[in-house]
Design a protein around this ligand. Structure first.
Ligand code: HEC
Length: 142
C-alpha cells in the first residue's frame, strides 16, 4: 500500500475499535442493575464480620495471639501445650469440652486455682478464636 495511506488506515482502525468499546461499555451498564451492585456490596461487608470468630482480621494481631499462647500460656500449660502446672491444651484433651466454657475460663480464670483471668488482654472474640485453634491444634510461631 502507498506510504501516504498508512495514517488513514490507522485512523479508520482506531475509530472502529473505539466504537466497539463504547458499545460494550453501554451494554455493560444496562445489564448491571443497581440492586445487583447493592447486593454485591452488602455481601462484601457481611463476610468479614462472620469470619471474625474463625480468624482475627489482622495478621499482626493473629501473630501476637499465637506468641501469647505459646509463651505466656505455655509457661503453665507447657511449651508444647502438653500440660505442666495447668492441664494439656491439646485437641484430644479439649475436644469434649464446650468451647463456650473454655472461653470463659480463659477470660475469667478459675478462682482458687493458678489459672489467671485474661480479659484485660483479650477480647471475647479473641478468646473464642484461641479456643477454636486449640481444639484444632494450635498453630506454631512463624
Ligand atoms: C499461672 C499458670 C497459668 C497460666 C499462665 C495460664 N493457665 Fe490456663 N490453667 C492453669 C491451671 C492450673 C488450670 C486448671 C484449673 C483447674 O484446676 O480447674 C488452667 C486451666 C485452663 C483451661 C481449662 C482446661 C480444661 O481442660 O478445662 C484453659 C482452656 C486454659 N487454662 C487456657 C489458658 C490460656 C489460653 C492461657 C493463656 C492466655 C492460660 N491458660 C494461661 C494455669 C495457667
Amino acid at each position: 500500500m502507498p506510504a501516504g495511506m498508512k495514517p488513514l488506515v490507522a485512523v479508520v482502525a482506531w475509530a472502529f475499535v473505539a466504537h466497539g468499546m463504547r458499545r460494550q461499555a453501554r451494554s455493560l451498564t444496562s445489564h448491571c442493575k443497581p440492586w445487583l451492585l447493592l447486593c454485591a456490596a452488602s455481601m462484601c461487608q457481611a463476610v468479614p464480620a462472620a469470619e471474625w470468630v474463625k480468624e482475627p482480621a489482622n495478621a499482626a494481631r493473629r501473630a501476637e495471639l499465637i506468641s501469647l499462647v505459646r509463651q505466656d500460656c505455655g509457661s503453665c500449660h507447657g511449651l508444647t501445650l502438653k500440660g505442666g502446672l495447668g492441664p494439656a491444651l491439646l485437641p484430644a484433651s479439649l475436644k469434649d469440652k464446650p468451647a463456650d466454657s473454655l472461653k470463659w475460663t480463659i477470660l475469667q480464670g478459675r478462682p482458687g486455682t493458678p489459672m489467671p483471668p485474661w480479659q484485660r488482654f483479650l477480647s471475647e472474640a479473641e478468646a473464642d478464636w484461641i479456643v477454636s485453634q486449640l481444639q484444632k491444634g494450635f498453630p506454631g510461631e512463624r
